[in-house]
Write a protein that binds this ligand. Structure first.
Ligand code: FBP
Length: 286
């Protein structure tokens, strides 16, 4: 299967067309359901609803062999064998309560799941901000779109991270950070050229890194050695896009895309941004 497989574009186009409906569907679905996702997190009504909508639509596309989601333990297997789709239907759904930004993250792999990020052929995200936008990486380059009423309009091609990094955002509770990570953060924070941007939804924070340059991390924690974010649904797609935009990713010692999965819902310590920041981070965590 080559990256020019029409199934890749069909998946991206379907997610783009669904974005306005998902955004509208958040209204009235801000509560929680009495269920947990496979990562043991209480699900929002909107998590379940967006997952069902995307699961139905994406698994029906010709060429899509699997649909997997952060919100469901089982993979939808269609018997097709061309592309394999992993989705975080609503990243940052804890932001629903406070009406802050959220997103939909997707990764399109050419191997059955769970798969390493090196098997990605496309990835991206939809950002539900003041306006709805998409960033998508394919063939080594990143394109930004605006999404309105089911239409997808290119607003920028060959997107790359700015050379001069500006923003930083680090997740997890500070007392739970490892000492070497905490020391690294102090160095970043002490530079007056940098400023804090942390909004509680990875997609909003990573989109700021893509726009302004900088670093986002949700690191390994003393009480959670693999951090919080999921490799298949968050780490790989984000790493693939940021690396396509000229940045770097790391689990602390290697590109996220080289991490071999053992389970569909594996977590991974996630650090993405300008290459020099990630190089410095890996030196600090050695
Ligand atoms: P999900 O909503 O998909 O579970 O995303 C997890 C997430 O909300 C990320 O978007 C965000 O970076 C992180 O958790 C925030 O975690 P915390 O609430 O610990 O700061």
């Amino acid at each position: 299967m080559t990256v020019s497989d029409p199934a890749v574009e069909d998946v991206v186009a379907t997610i783009g067309r669904s974005a306005t409906e998902i955004r509208q569907g958040l209204i009235g679905r801000r509560g929680t359901v009495d269920e947990e996702n496979p990562s043991g997190e209480i699900q929002a009504e909107a998590d379940v609803w967006a997952d069902e909508l995307l699961g139905d639509r994406l698994s029906s596309i010709d060429g899509v062999g699997q649909y997997a989601s952060e919100e469901r333990s089982e993979i939808i297997d269609t018997g097709d064998e061309r592309v394999y789709v992993a989705v975080d239907p609503l990243d940052g759904s804890s932001n629903l309560k406070s009406n802050n930004t959220m997103g939909t993250v997707f990764g399109i792999y050419d191997e059955p799941l769970p798969a390493p990020g090196s098997a990605l052929v496309a990835s991206g995200w939809v950002l539900y901000g003041p306006i709805t936008t998409m960033a998508c990486a394919q063939d080594g380059s990143v394109t930004k779109y605006e999404l309105t009423g089911g239409e997808r309009t290119v607003v920028e091609e060959d997107v790359t991270l700015p050379d001069d990094p500006l923003v930083y955002g680090f997740g997890g509770r500070v007392p739970h950070w490892h000492d070497d990570f905490r020391e690294y953060v102090r160095v970043i924070e002490s530079n007056p050229d940098h400023k804090l941007r942390y909004g509680g939804a990875m997609i909003g924070d990573v989109n700021q890194v893509l726009t302004y340059g900088g670093i986002f991390a949700y690191p390994a924690l003393e009480d959670n050695p693999r951090g919080k974010l999921r490799l298949q649904f968050e780490g790989n797609p984000i790493a693939y896009l940021i690396e396509a935009a000229g940045g770097r990713s790391s689990d602390g010692s290697q590109s996220i895309l080289e991490v071999e999965p053992t389970d569909l819902h594996d977590r991974v310590p996630l650090h993405v941004g300008n290459a020099e920041f990630i190089d410095q981070l890996e030196d600090a965590l050695e």
